[in-house]
Ligand binder design. Structure first.
Ligand code: B1M
Length: 217
């Protein structure tokens, strides 16, 4: 049986090679990607979050843990992103301005792809102008914003207000998420949807897509 604890421990040590090897081995043994993610990679990252908060570790250690997480996710991505169906809708996603956290956003993007979305990823530290330019260019059904910092989550409201002013909200919906973001906060900033994690994000995205398509008819 796969040793999820060993994956978590390797991630905590920042040992990206071991995380990669053990993640691949777990998949080869037939473990489900969702279980490897939750019980191995995310479990390890939670410990990093607590130690970081308690000043037991600092940015360099968190960076190597993030690199290890990405090494594991690289094996899971083809599974999460595989769908083999015609794209059902277009989803533009980015981490807001001032914020460079991207692991959660990437995970949401992978799972949206797996659910059949065409995903356009604007990356991290995404300015309002970059969102606006991409909305003009790609005409997405949905725009998703991720924020991990209490200091950057306010940018979601700035962006949504600008989208409303430009008339974009008549033809697309907005979703938000990220560790400090709650359902209540999402409502407050005028988002149409919120996902507490990547799988909820997909469920909500599919519901909102139906609404966008129904409104367009
Ligand atoms: Co940062 N960091 N960090 N960090 N970091 C946090 C967020 C923090 C909570 C740590 C702590 O103190 N416990 C804290 C924020 C405190 C606060 O705002 N109140 C913090 C801080 C302070 C900082 C710096 C300011 C530190 C410094 O420089 N002194 C700095 C900021 C840099 C910046 O952005 N300008 C910083 C830097 C970094 C690293 C670069 C070292 C690294 C990021 C690497 C990377 O992303 N490439 C990092 C990391 C790794 C973390 C923690 C430890 C882990 C984040 C993570 O990847 N989690 C984090 C601690 C924590 O979150 N508890 C922390 C795993 C990931 C799968 O979960 O991102 O929550 P998450 O995504 C989930 C859901 O939130 C949701 O689905 C995902 C999958 O389930 N979701 C969505 C996310 N986006 C969504 C969008 C949706 C829907 C759902 O719809 C569109």
């Amino acid at each position: 049986m796969a040793d999820f604890q060993a994956i978590a421990e390797a991630l905590i040590r920042g040992d990206h090679e071991t995380v990669s090897t053990l993640t691949k081995a777990a998949l080869d043994e037939g473990e489900r990607a969702e279980v490897i993610l939750e019980d191995g990679l995310i479990a390890g990252m939670k410990v990093i979050g607590v130690r970081f908060k308690n000043n037991e570790i600092f940015v360099p250690e968190v960076l190597v843990a993030a690199r290890a997480m990405k090494a594991g996710l690289a094996h899971l991505e083809p599974i999460f992103a595989a769908c083999g169906i015609e794209p059902c809708g277009r989803f533009l996603i980015g981490t807001v301005k001032g914020d460079i956290h991207d692991i959660g956003k990437n995970l949401v993007g992978m799972m949206l792809k797996g659910a059949g979305f065409e995903v356009i990823d604007l990356g991290v530290n995404t300015s309002l102008q970059k969102f606006v330019d991409a909305i003009e260019q790609y005409k997405p059904h949905l725009v998703g914003m991720s924020a991990l910092l209490t200091t950057t989550m306010g940018q979601m409201k700035v962006n949504i207000d600008a989208f409303r002013e430009k008339g974009y909200l008549d033809r697309m919906k907005v979703m938000v998420g990220g560790a400090p973001v709650s359902r209540e906060y999402a409502g407050k900033v005028g988002a149409d949807g919120y996902g507490k994690d990547a799988s909820e994000a997909v469920t909500v995205a599919l519901q909102l897509l139906d609404q966008v398509k129904a409104a367009a008819q």
